[in-house]
Design a protein. Structure first.
Length: 500
């Protein structure tokens, strides 16, 4: 019997009433294992109403009350790492170790939220005028929403709601309908930790649910992670409705390899960053830019390593890479490889025919490596979101940076070199929001912020870190004068307050 994933609203499981369900597939077998309820407009309203009702008390709760819950929550998440990871593997397909890594990176933000007391401290200036003080404080927004992607069904939600609720907001999470179960477990554990009913709600759905949140008058802010076209739509729609928006879009992350680099380390990094999580991550390295005469040697080293990667079900400890999320996505990724030669690329590795014994219907694809790729080709221009690595050749450092900066995306980037001066130039000259120096996937730790430039981010705030705290709060400035008891009434003065 197919399992059903329902909504989590007001601190309890709420069965879907729309009559609409979406299929959830085990990517390793191709079999539908679960159905997920897809929300109607009325169910969107119910989730927002629950969050709004909870905000009446949570928004004025003490910092001590919030952090007490968050510390308990962190302990429960730690105890259930394997359970969360198993759900991710079952519905997304990534190998268990990769799923555990996802949970660990999400826990970093929970830990940041546990220290929210210092993040929310205001400022005070005393005696700015005679017996006048000015203070700056930050206050919560109200009901906020998060719309998250399929590739990190636990981590990306945890990049959002822990900080939001620590700041005093209540939250409605709309996770991907492709792998929804992890979100429900996150919510159930939050309730077990003592989070009051309605503070965190999980609403499953498709475009109806998304548009319902973007247009709802009681939703004050929207966080989003996904593709660039949808990020642009989220930002435009929510902004037009007067909402605060952070919408993180797609990427085409480059790795610049200089002639002085340790090529073995660079090849290790390229394989890990390009093919980890089957390339289904916005921080994947999908374009290696080889400078000078090192291209042939670097490609050979990448190929040697890529050919050894074991592909299989995510719950098999021997597997290093799992399947893609859906058959349709697998076919789309394969199309970039099959069309690459006609657009001038040299196909060094073609993974499109890969199969796994005993799992004939799984969404399998092997590792593909394309060399001498043109910047005009589809494999370079588009975010493939699969295990396809493009190698481009340039003559100089300057040519490489110019090529990278010409990309419409600006999420993450990396340089591999032994030259500190070149690395310093690169981190200042490259047009991207996150830079790695001999680090292929420069995802910042929780107390810094994650976000790109150009078509990789719509909105002014990056996610988590200080930017996350600022996004989920708004500033207020209070000017105060208390009369001294010895003062006589001063009378009416219609002029500006005298500061000198």
């Amino acid at each position: 019997m197919t399992k059903t994933v329902n909504h989590w609203i007001g601190g309890k499981t709420v069965e879907g009433t729309s009559g609409q369900y979406g299929p959830v597939t085990d990517p390793a077998t191709g079999q539908v294992t679960t159905q997920v309820a897809l929300a109607s407009v009325e169910e969107v309203d119910a989730a927002v109403a629950a969050a709004k009702a909870a905000y009446a008390t949570w928004g004025t709760s003490s910092l001590a009350q919030r952090t007490t819950v968050l510390f308990r929550y962190r302990a429960l998440l730690d105890a259930h790492r394997d359970d969360i990871a198993a759900l991710i593997t079952a519905e997304h397909g990534k190998v268990h170790s990769d799923a555990l890594g996802e949970v660990a990176r999400g826990l970093e933000i929970v830990e940041l939220a546990c220290g929210i007391t210092t993040q929310l401290k205001g400022e005070l200036s005393t005696q700015v005028s005679n017996r006048v003080d000015v203070s700056s404080i930050r206050q919560s927004l109200g009901v906020v929403a998060g719309i998250t992607p399929f590739n990190f069904p636990a981590m990306v939600p945890m990049w959002m709601f822990p900080l939001a609720i620590a700041c005093g907001n209540t939250f409605v999470l709309k996770p991907s309908e492709k792998d929804p179960s992890a979100a429900n477990l996150l919510a159930e554990l939050a309730a077990e930790a003592g989070l009051p009913d309605g503070v965190l709600n999980v609403l499953h759905g498709d475009k109806i649910a998304v548009d319902g949140l973007l247009n709802h008058p009681d939703v004050a802010a929207v966080s989003f992670v996904g593709s660039t076209p949808i990020a642009r739509y989220i930002h435009a729609t929510a902004s037009a409705n007067g909402k605060r928006v952070q919408a993180l879009g797609g990427a085409k992350n480059h790795m610049l390899v200089l002639p002085d680099a340790d090529l073995d380390a660079a090849a290790d990094a390229a394989v890990s960053a390009a093919y980890g999580s089957a390339g289904e991550r916005c921080m994947a390295i999908s374009a290696v830019v080889a400078v000078g005469a090192i291209g042939d040697e670097l490609v050979a080293k990448i190929r040697e390593r890529a050919e050894k990667i074991k592909i299989g079900p995510g719950n098999d400890p021997a597997s290093e890479m799992g399947p893609l999320i859906t058959a349709a996505h697998r076919d789309k990724v394969a199309s970039y490889v099959t069309g690459a030669a006609a657009q001038g690329a040299e196909v060094v590795l073609d993974g499109t025919g890969h199969t796994v014994e005993g799992f004939a219907d799984g969404h399998w694809i092997g590792l593909s490596l394309l060399d001498k790729v043109s910047t005009d080709s589809d494999a370079y221009k588009d975010e493939i979101f699969g295990p396809v690595l493009c190698v481009l050749r340039v003559e100089t450092y300057e040519d490489g940076v110019a090529l990278m900066n010409a990309s419409p995306f600006g999420n993450g980037t990396a340089i591999f070199t032994r030259d500190g001066g070149a690395a310093r130039r690169f981190q200042l000259e490259v047009e991207a929001g996150m830079v790695g120096v001999n680090v292929p996937i420069p995802v910042p730790v929780g107390y810094h912020s994650f976000g790109g430039w150009k078509d990789s981010l719509f909105g002014d705030h990056h996610i988590y870190g200080n930017d996350g705290v600022h996004f989920y709060t708004r500033g207020k400035v209070v000017t105060t004068r208390w009369p001294d008891p010895a003062d006589a009434p001063g009378g009416v003065d219609l002029g500006f307050p005298r500061n000198h």
